[in-house]
Design a protein around this ligand. Structure first.
Ligand SMILES: [Zn+2]
Length: 72
């Protein structure tokens, strides 16, 4: 796949982004695990999102808990 986007900071064409784990802090008590996406040329952060794999695991756990309550 050829990606034609350019980094908004260094203006170089981006063939891929580097993903890195990052903690997202909402306040002192609330924190989520996330990914940051960085330009491979200048390392600028282009985007951040919550870690979708962790969200799926948490959702799975919550659904199982509720199903167990219903099945009792
Ligand atoms: Zn860049």
């Amino acid at each position: 796949m050829i990606h034609t986007g350019k980094c908004p900071y260094c203006k170089k064409q981006i063939a891929y982004v580097k993903a890195q784990d990052v903690d997202i802090k909402y306040d002192v008590m609330v924190q989520w695990r996330g990914y940051s996406y960085q330009c491979p040329s200048c390392q600028s952060i282009i985007g951040i999102q919550m870690n979708p794999h962790i969200l799926n695991e948490e959702l799975e756990g919550d659904i199982l808990k509720e199903l167990k309550k219903i099945c009792r």
